[in-house]
Design a protein around this ligand. Sequence first.
Ligand code: ADP
Ligand code: 5GP
Length: 204
Amino acid sequence: MLLVVSGPSGVGKGTVIGRLLQRRPDMRKSVSCTTRPPRAGEREGEDYFFVSPQQFARMRRAGELLEWAVVHGDLLYGTPRGPVEQALADGQDIVLEIDYQGAQAVRRQLGDEAVLVFVAPPCWQALVDRLRGRNTESEEAVTKRIASAVTELSHMGMYDYIIVNDDIQQAADELEAIVVAERANVNRWDWRQLQQRLLSEAGE
Ligand code: ADP
Ligand code: 5GP
C-alpha cells in the first residue's frame, strides 16, 4: 500500500508518521527531493535529498520523479520514483509525506492502490503556534507556509481519511488504525489462496 499523508506545514505530519514508523518498523518512508535548504539538524538522504534547481530539473526531465510540485511559492519538492516502485514490487508499505498536488498526481497514477490521509489541526491558532513554536523557519518562510496552509486546507475533501491532530498519541493511533483497516481490505490481498486452502481442508 502507498500511504499518502498531507496537511499544512506545522500540523504534525512528520511527528505522527514518526510514531507510526516506530510502531510499524515494516513500513518505509519515501525520502523526497527538495530545492529548499536544509534546516539545522536535517540530514541528507534521511529527511530529504537536498538538490539544486538544476539537479531537480534534470531528474524531472529524466522521468525519475513519481510526482513533483511547487510548494510554498517557489520551492520544488518531488518523490523519487525508484524506491516507491521497488517497495510496492516487494509488497512493502510505503509512506509519502507530500502536499495536495502530489496526492492528486499519485491518485491519478495509482488509483485506489494509494490511500490518502489528511492531517488537520484542531484549530487555526494551534497550527500557527506549532509552526512558530517549531522555530525552524524565518518569519518570511512562516508567512509563506501560513499562506500555503489555506490552500492545503481547501483540498481536504479529496482525501480518503481525515485525522485531527489534537492529541499526538490519538492521532498516531488513528493513522495506525487506517493502516490496519486498509491491510484487511478485500482488494489489497490475495484472499483467494486462503479461501482455496480453507475449502480444500473442508473437503470441498
Ligand atoms: P509537519 O511535519 O506537519 O510540518 P511537525 O511534525 O514538524 O509538522 O510538527 C510541527 C510542530 O508541532 C513540532 O514542534 C511538533 O513537535 C509539534 N506537534 C506535533 N503534533 C502536535 C500535537 N498534537 N500537539 C502539540 N504539538 C504538536
Ligand atoms: P517543509 O518540509 O518545507 O516544511 O514542507 C514541505 C511541504 O511540501 C509539506 O507540505 C510537504 O507535504 C510537501 N512535500 C514534501 N515533500 C514533497 C514531495 O515529494 N512532493 C510534494 N508534492 N510535496 C512534498
